[in-house]
Every structure is written in C-alpha cells, then in structure tokens.
Design a binder for this molecule. Structure first.
Ligand code: SF4
Ligand code: SF4
Length: 393
C-alpha cells in the first residue's frame, strides 16, 4: 500500500495510417522518427495474463509514516483522485480481457472500503480469475459476509499489516486501527476456512520492524502460528521513524537484513562488490514486494528492475482505469485509460512506448512529460548503465 507516484494518446493518426493500410508509412515511422514503435505489441497474445488493479485508494487509518495519507491534498491539487473500483468497470474489463488469469487488487488504500468488493470477488471466481491482496490490507473494517465471500469464492492470498502483537503496540503505527478487531476478523476467516474446508485465502502476517515493536517479534510469530498465518517481517524504509534499538537482535530473530557487517581492518577486499550490492538490494526489496511480479524465474531479474517490468508483465491500473504502469506511481500516469482504450491500446500508447525506449536505451533523452523521466529508479539505472530489456513488439 505504500507506493509513489498520465494524457490520452490520440489514436487518430494511428487509425488513419491503419485505415490507409500504409505499410510503407509505418515502416518509415518505425525506423526514423518514432523508434519507440519497436515496442508496439501486435497481438492479444503479447499481453500479460496478470494485472494490478487498484480496488480502493482511500483508507480509514492514518499510519504514522504512510506517505499517501500525508500527501492526499497535494495529490488532489495536482489532479489525482481518490475513489474505488466500480463493479461495472471490473466486469467490463474482465469480459473484454478474457486472457487475464490473475488480478492483484492493490496499490494505495484499503480494498475492504470498496462497497462493491463482494460483487468483484464473486465475479472473479465465476470467471476463474485468481484475486490477491499481497500488497497489504489493514483488515479493520469488513463485514462477516465479505469475510465469508473471501473463503467461499477462493480469494487466493491476503497480506495483513500487523506491526505488533498487542493493541498498545499495534496502534502506535497503525493510527486509528484496532488490533483486537483485526485479530477477530482473522479468526472469522479461519472459521469459514474450516466450514468450507478450504485453504483460501492464504493469510500472511506482515510485521514491519520498528523500535517500538521489536520486543514483540517472538510473540507475533507465535500468534501467527496459532492463527495459521505465514509470518513475514519487513524492514522499515522510513529510517527516521521509530528506528530499531537493537537491530542486531532483530536481524538474528527475523533473518531480515538490517545491519551492515563491520569492515575488517587492513583488508583491502572490504569493498562491496556490485554483485553483493545487488544481492543486498534484492533481499531487502524482496521483503517489501513478496510476490513474483512477472512469472519469470526470479533470479533472472534484479529486484529494482521489477518495478519497470510491471509495465510489461503486470501493469498497474488505477481504480478509474488510468494506466499507472507500475506500482511506484500513484496518480501520475501514462495518459491513457485501460477501461476505455483496452489493455492493448493502453500498452501501445505513446508514453508507454517512449518509457520503454528511455529505459532500455540510455542514449534516448528523457521525454519531458513522461512519468518515468522524474522517477529515481530511472535515474539510478541510467547512472549504473542497467538498461531494462523489454520485449520487442
Ligand atoms: S493502512 Fe496505513 S499504510 Fe496502508 S494505506 Fe492505510 S494509512 Fe496508508
Ligand atoms: S522508471 Fe517508470 S516504470 Fe520504472 S519504476 Fe519508475 S515510474 Fe515505474
């Protein structure tokens, strides 16, 4: 749920060229003026089988370091909006894209605040689509009927944000949330799992390691076990908020990489090799992004690059259909709407193709109005000469 930050592309020129059947013209455009066209997808079969769809970017909590809650007014001022995915839009999208098999209902809010979620869950089940909420839910506000539907309609996996093992500790970070309510909702899901004799949804307890909750690491693990939940500890990336008092112990207990090893004296080989540095980043980010984003073998992809590969393998769509492209973007977008243009049209829109060109060929100047141009990851890849290898169309 913690992620950062689109103009409709006119299809007139493309449509005109297509209706003219101008093969000569399209070759000319590809080779010279518009080199980004080499990434243009030609067939439905080139499209991803998974998308990330924002179910609701509103939230009832005010977590201490939640950047999106802190930035709500700026986002509105800059033209971003808050709302929820309508069942009608979901149904139309699914009906038009019958090859989609997995949908992660996430990005920047609480999916359970979507009043049409039950219809979405049920329809996805009827269409044999696996739903997940692995980016995190707070699970404070949800009806028993919805909890039953999660089980009855085989919602695949849910990561519950629980940074503490007592109400007092939990509410320090999850401001406005109630620990006992969340635990009671988990127990209700488990009761329904028993009733339906089903392992779904797979439940994960996500515990972000803070200075104020490190004394509850063991207790939380025990509770997760009792609640039949997988335990995932995560590093807190907001370094000035509640830093760990004993990171060494927390690292030993959780296995999360929290401290750098001290440098050995007089050892000329203490410098971190690029391979070691990549490994470290990969481990840290793997804790933040637990799902394999693209179906490729994990070892084939450097973790930071995963965000950009979402453009290709699991594009992020906002609740209103705007193509965010990747989960780093929360309202800035690629100027195209998947609900209107369809996935093929949106992924072939000018800014997406230009982003792929910029990210794969650093001799290309960044496009001024492209959301990737101001992304820190793009700058970092460019500095390190780590191009993204997008498929050609
Ligand atoms: S649960 Fe907390 S971190 Fe997640 S969107 Fe709500 S306020 Fe932000
Ligand atoms: S460079 Fe673009 S695609 Fe990659 S993470 Fe940043 S905004 Fe997303």
């Amino acid at each position: 749920m913690n992620r950062r930050d689109f103009i409709k592309t006119s299809l007139c020129l493309g449509a005109a060229a297509a209706t003219c059947g101008c093969i000569y013209g399209s070759k000319l455009v590809y080779n010279s003026e518009h080199p980004e066209n080499k990434f243009r997808l030609k067939h439905k079969s080139d499209l991803p089988k998974k998308v990330r769809l924002e179910a609701c970017n509103k939230c009832q909590l005010n977590c201490a370091a939640c950047w999106i809650r802190a930035e709500e007014q700026r986002i509105i001022d800059e033209g971003g909006g808050f709302g929820y995915l309508k069942f009608e839009d979901f149904k139309n999208f699914v009906d038009k894209h019958d090859f989609i098999k997995e949908i992660e209902l996430s990005n920047n809010g609480e999916i359970f605040l979507n009043p049409e979620l039950d219809d979405i869950i049920k329809y996805a089940y009827e269409k044999n689509i696996q739903l997940s909420a692995q980016n995190g839910v707070n699970l404070n506000t949800v009806s028993d009927e919805t909890l039953e539907n999660l089980v009855k309609y085989k919602f695949n996996a849910i990561m519950v944000s629980l940074d503490g093992a007592t109400p007092e500790t939990y509410s320090i970070y999850r401001r406005g949330g109630d620990f006992n309510t969340v635990i009671s909702h988990i127990k209700t899901i488990n009761k329904f799992k028993e009733k339906y004799n089903s392992p779904y949804p797979h439940l994960v307890w996500q515990f972000i390691l803070f200075g104020h909750n490190e004394h509850e690491i063991d207790k939380a693990r025990e509770m997760a076990k009792e609640l039949n939940m997988e335990m995932v500890y995560c590093k807190n990336y907001v370094t000035d908020y509640s830093p760990l008092k004993n990171p060494k112990l927390a690292q030993e207990k959780t296995g999360v990489h929290l401290i750098d090893e001290p440098e050995e004296e007089n050892n000329e080989n203490t410098e971190i090799t690029p391979e070691e540095e990549k490994k470290e980043t990969k481990e840290e980010l793997a804790a933040e992004i637990p799902e394999n984003t693209d179906g490729r073998a994990e070892q084939d992809i450097e973790t930071n690059e995963r965000f950009c590969y979402q453009l290709e393998y699991e594009p992020q769509i906002n609740f209103n259909g705007d193509l965010l492209g990747c989960c780093i973007l929360s309202y800035k977008n690629f100027g195209t709407n998947v609900f209107k243009e369809g996935l093929l049209g949106a992924l072939n829109s000018k800014k997406v193709l230009q982003a792929k060109l910029m990210l794969s060929d650093f001799t290309t100047e960044p496009y001024e109005d492209n959301p990737c141009s101001t992304c820190g990851l793009y700058t970092g890849f460019k500095e390190q000469n780590r191009p993204i290898k997008f498929k050609l169309g």
